[in-house]
Design a protein around this ligand. Structure first.
Ligand code: SAH
Ligand code: SF4
Length: 371
């Protein structure tokens, strides 16, 4: 007997893969285009409603295929309206997706991996041991699920609440380049989900060899988790720095194909009390990045249970921001969102992982997570 899970999931397939499925069913190529429209423009999940396909094909599809979303283990909405989904994939692994609404727009923060192989010392995700890459369908599925949740089908062109995407959830997207690239190409396709590359930002801790490709092939906005301006400190905070030190990272930024003065590279800088927040470091950062089209985003450190750092005091963050402003750079201080549901930057870590760690640790994490 065929169960739903054994059928081929079409949601998240690219045009070539969809064409192959259609050919495998003995159908003409134009059917793939129709399916694409139903799946990615209309958001339809039931073949019975795909009226242009004709009865026999709809029946064949229902037999062999499905259009599924990732499973949702929990969904929480913060007092500030930030929404977080804990996804549970078919193999039981979990990852999180967060939507951060503004007045008339909003950014969906998408995960690229379950956990993260890197171990940035200030990041909760980096303490999660279990790691695997997400597939392209699992990445695209996060957007489709959020569209369902906000009722934004068919893909509206204007007035979308889900207007932007940030690849800033769990994981290092450039360690999963192929799947992330395939997913983003589907997301950017103008006849489907239709989110422009100008509204997509990919954040990396600095996987230097993949940065150029990301700009040349995808053309999305780039954000870099810099967090330190000296190699000795960055080696500790962002350990990938030992492999790709600042000099190489800065050279890659200088050469990023999709950046210019109108589309600047975002430099993310988490403000850690007494660690990286001195005026001298702000000035050093200006020297380091001179001549590169950048803007800054100062992120007050978000605490998590057992975190070894504290947030810099507000006046220290303001002073840091002013130094960058005085040098002509935009340097807003990111307003933390969704802290009450552990949805803020660097707080993501799946509950299954917490549960695995034994009762005591799990309870401590839960107390911290609901405080
Ligand atoms: N792995 C990628 C993308 C995910 S992290 C990267 O590191 O760029 C998204 C942003 O949140 C990064 O800039 C990350 O450094 C930052 N971040 C991680 N932990 C944080 C914390 N506890 N408080 C504030 N920002 C944090
Ligand atoms: Fe991974 Fe980014 Fe967290 Fe570092 S900050 S551990 S690269 S998710």
């Amino acid at each position: 007997m065929t169960t739903a899970d054994e059928r081929t999931n079409l949601a998240g397939l690219d045009r070539a893969e969809l064409a192959a499925v259609v050919a495998g069913l003995g159908e003409k190529p134009f059917r793939a285009k129709q399916l694409w429209h139903w799946i990615y423009h209309r958001g339809e999940t039931d073949f019975a409603n795909m009226t242009t396909l004709g009865g026999p094909l709809r029946a064949k599809l229902a037999e062999a295929c499905a259009v599924r979303r990732p499973g949702v283990a929990t969904e929480q909405t913060s007092t500030d309206r930030t929404r977080k989904w804990l996804l549970r994939f078919d193999d039981g692994n979990e990852a999180e997706t967060v939507f951060i609404p503004e007045e008339d727009r909003g950014a969906l923060c998408i995960s690229s991996q379950v956990g993260c192989t890197l171990t940035c010392t200030f990041c909760h995700t980096g303490t999660q041991k279990l790691v695997r890459n997400l597939t392209a369908p699992e990445i695209v599925g996060q957007l489709m699920l959020a569209r369902d949740s906000y009722g934004e089908w068919p893909s509206p062109k204007d007035g979308r609440l889900l207007s932007n995407i940030v690849m800033m959830g769990m994981g290092e997207p450039l360690f999963n380049y192929d799947n992330v690239a395939q997913a983003l190409k589907i997301v950017m396709d103008p006849e489907g989900l239709a989110i422009s590359k100008r509204r997509i930002t990919l954040s990396t801790s600095g996987v230097v060899p993949e940065i150029h490709r990301c700009g040349a092939e995808l053309g999305v906005n780039l954000a870099i988790s810099l967090h330190a301006v000296r190699d000795d400190l960055r080696d500790v905070l962002v350990p990938i720095n030992k492999k790709y030190p600042l000099k190489e990272l800065v050279a890659a930024l200088r050469a990023y194909p999709a950046a210019n003065n109108a589309r600047r590279i975002t430099i993310e800088y988490v403000m850690l009390k007494g660690v990286n927040d001195s005026p001298a470091e702000a000035r050093e950062m200006i020297r380091l990045l001179k001549g590169i089209p950048v803007k800054f985003n100062l992120i007050p450190f978000n605490v998590w249970p057992g975190a070894p750092y504290e947030m810099s005091p507000p006046h220290v963050i303001r002073r840091f921001s002013e130094i960058l402003n005085d040098a002509g750079y935009s340097a807003p201080i990111r307003v933390p969102r969704g802290r009450d549901i552990m949805a803020a930057c660097g707080q993501l870590k799946s509950a299954s992982e917490r549960a695995r760690k034994g009762r005591a640790t799990a309870m401590a994490a839960q107390v911290g997570g609901t405080a």
